[in-house]
Design a protein around this ligand. Structure first.
Ligand code: NAD
Length: 349
């Protein structure tokens, strides 16, 4: 990698990201990425943490997600537009950068649409490692869009899931998801309703997209001992679970100040007790304490996970060479002679 020339920034395009994921293998990628996320959650205190800056509009949201560990700085740009799918566009797209805190120079610019799906799955599966009932094998996935296969693979790699029950209001989405996962070691059942999907499930993943207070799960659909991985409720006014489920469950979140704004718990009082995932990972707080307990990972996606993902991708580049060199930063011979550089370029024509 052209590390010596700080003005040239490695850029990972969608094409290179796909090659990287396929070279490494999706399961191994998610597993190793989860390792980076866990390492970063174990040193939670060193990070700058703030709820993401969200710009809301009628049809969606655009968000900036920055954080730093004092050595590196990372940010992601991400949107969420549930109506996009109808126009043939992604609901979620993203890109991001990693920079050196010492010089402030960017060190990596990368696509993050695929990377977000991978890091979201890695975080969900990591949470399930601590919260799901022992011996869990069956997962319902309600909402079979762009995130769904990544979730399935993450849970297979990290949480022992090999039976899937799929439901989507659009049956063709479930059929696509099942087709894409064929031959990957899953026993897959296509279901006719959410109620049908949760029958016998140890884990319920909700990952729908609707800019609404939706009720994907009602209280009677959640039996004792179930772990809920709530992924689609991630914006003010956009939730998936009936409030009664929240009142029955033990709730685990990434960064409480952000989740209280964006997650399922926006339906609860602002001081309602929740546990941050890093506390469970460090042993500072218990995870699952009984087989009967209903646990909820109220996922919204936090900047530290993207920081981990950026670090992981950066570390894969020297060996794989899967990047382009981007002429991103101005580099005059004399640092203050920025205008002179422009004049010299004009002379050269
Ligand atoms: P997508 O648009 O590709 O897929 C969403 C699917 O949900 C569609 O197939 C749609 O038909 C289905 N759906 C909508 N309403 C439904 C309902 N009532 N019952 C069953 N299915 C329903 O979106 P995506 O990229 O897969 O993202 C899914 C959700 O996850 C979005 O809300 C997105 O904002 C969220 N998300 C969260 C995180 C996180 O870190 N928590 C990360 C990425 C995406």
């Amino acid at each position: 990698m052209a590390a010596a020339n700080l003005n040239i920034v490695p850029f990972v395009s969608v094409d290179h990201m796909m090659k990287l994921v396929l070279t490494i293998g999706v399961e191994r990628f998610v597993t190793e990425l989860a390792g980076y996320i866990e390492d970063d959650f174990l040193r939670w205190d060193v990070f700058d943490k703030t709820p993401r800056a969200a710009s809301h509009s009628r049809d969606g949201v655009i968000e900036l997600m920055p954080t730093s560990d004092g050595q590196l700085y990372g940010f992601k740009y991400v949107n969420g537009h549930p109506k996009n799918a109808k126009a043939g566009l992604q609901t979620v797209t993203a890109f991001g950068a990693l920079a050196d805190v010492g010089s402030g120079y960017p060190m990596l610019l990368t696509e993050m649409t695929i990377l977000t799906a991978l890091r979201t799955a890695a975080t969900s599966a990591l949470a399930a490692k601590f919260l799901a009932p022992k011996g869990a094998r069956t997962m319902a996935i309600i909402g079979n869009g762009a995130q769904s296969e990544f979730q399935a693979i993450g849970f297979k790699a990290l949480a022992g899931i090999d039976r899937l029950r799929l439901y989507d209001i659009d049956a063709s989405a479930s059929q696509r998801c099942a087709r894409n996962l064929a031959g990957m070691g899953f026993d897959i059942t296509l279901c006719r309703s959410g109620q049908d999907a949760v029958e016998g499930a140890d884990i319920i993943t909700t990952v729908t997209a609707d800019k609404n207070f939706a009720t994907i799960l009602t209280d009677n659909m959640v039996g004792p001992g179930v772990h809920i991985n709530g992924v689609g409720g991630d914006c003010p006014g956009k939730t998936e679970l009936h409030k009664d489920i929240l009142l029955r469950a033990d709730i685990f979140v990434e960064f409480a100040p952000q989740t209280r704004i964006e997650g399922e718990i926006q339906q609860l009082p602002p001081d309602y007790p929740v546990t941050e995932l890093w506390q469970v990972m460090t042993g500072a707080a218990p995870g699952r304490t009984s087989p009967q307990q209903v646990t909820l990972f109220d996922s919204v996606g936090f900047a530290v996970e993207d920081f981990s993902a950026l670090r992981y991708v950066r570390d894969q580049l020297p060996a794989t060479g899967l990047y382009q060199e981007l002429d991103l930063l101005a580099d005059p011979d004399e640092p203050r002679d920025l205008f002179g550089m422009l004049l010299r370029a004009a002379k050269k024509g």
